[in-house]
Design a protein around this ligand. Structure first.
Ligand code: SF4
Length: 291
């Protein structure tokens, strides 16, 4: 990114998020890249509270609040209206949390992606329904504490990127605020492509992850370096590319800074490590597949 772009802000100060919120920081970084010719689609979730508590808004770009399950088709509708008006420059950015993407909005996202509608979808994944009080979603990792899974969630985190890849989107990628230049580069690449583009960003929630508010960036860096959340991109659903080679440090370095993992015993840590190692091998195998 050019330095002038780095200086630009499209979120004013005074947002309504908790200190250290990864959702707010990720939105801020994405908007720096997308610039003033952007229309944001917002659905219920912490990002809705962060961006606009009526009658105020921290966004300096237009935003449209839609229903929980329809971020993607709302964005598609706006994109089609812009096309009818001959506007080919404005980017439409749909933002959903993991609840609005992995669960409630998945069907409508799939439909819009199937039609290759022209928008960027940014999934801000904090691994639970944080805005309504830390309830488990299908993005919550196995055995993790939430208010609705006090003994630990049963079942593994849904592999959303495999579902996204099956739609053969022109561009999809994972990103985190702890790797800001990688994130912004991916937003820039997504901006340059037409059709449905998808960014899956791990967005720490100090409140729900039960950790200190200054640990958000560190948590995402540890998620990447442990291989829990690898950074990669997928072109046309088939061409996988790792964008950052992780150090492969033990998953316990990630879990020990978060209270939601505090009840983990040695066997849970060992099981988590085995899953992460297996998922990494599967991902590496995919990088060798070419269309
Ligand atoms: S509850 Fe979590 S995601 Fe929501 S604003 Fe607070 S830190 Fe951010």
């Amino acid at each position: 990114m050019v330095p002038e772009q780095m200086e630009k802000e499209y979120m004013r100060t005074g947002h309504m998020g908790c200190p250290g919120c990864g959702v707010a920081t990720t939105m801020r970084l994405a908007l720096k890249v997308l610039g003033e010719k952007t229309i944001v689609v917002i659905i219920p979730g912490c990002h809705a509270v962060i961006s606009a508590n009526y009658p105020n808004s921290v966004l300096t770009v237009p935003a449209f609040h839609s229903a929980f399950e329809i971020a993607a088709p709302t964005a598609a509708g706006i994109a089609n209206a812009l096309k009818l008006r001959g506007d080919n420059d404005t980017t439409v950015l749909a933002i959903g949390g993991d609840g609005g993407t992995f669960d409630i909005g998945l069907q409508s996202l799939s439909g819009a992606a199937d039609r290759n509608e022209n928008f960027i979808y940014l999934c801000l994944d904090n691994e639970a329904y944080m805005n309504t009080g830390i309830q488990s979603s299908s993005s919550t990792p196995e055995n993790v504490w939430t208010m609705t899974t006090p003994g630990g969630r049963r079942g593994r985190k849904k592999n959303l990127m495999q579902i996204i890849a099956a739609h053969r989107l022109p561009y999809a990628a994972t990103a985190t605020m702890g790797n800001p230049f990688d994130l912004m580069e991916k937003i820039e690449k997504a901006k340059a492509v037409k059709g449905t583009r998808f960014i899956h960003a791990l967005a720490p929630c100090p409140t729900g992850w039960r950790m200190a508010e200054d640990l958000s960036a560190k948590a995402t860096m540890l998620a990447v370096e442990t291989k829990i959340f690898p950074l990669y991109e997928i072109i046309d659903g088939t061409q996988y590319r790792i964008t950052h080679e992780p150090q492969g440090i033990p998953v316990s370095e990630y879990t020990k800074i978060q209270g939601r993992y505090r009840h983990f015993k040695d066997e849970e840590i060992a099981s988590f490590q085995r899953q992460v190692d297996a998922d990494w091998e599967e991902l590496i195998a995919k990088t060798k597949i070419r269309a």
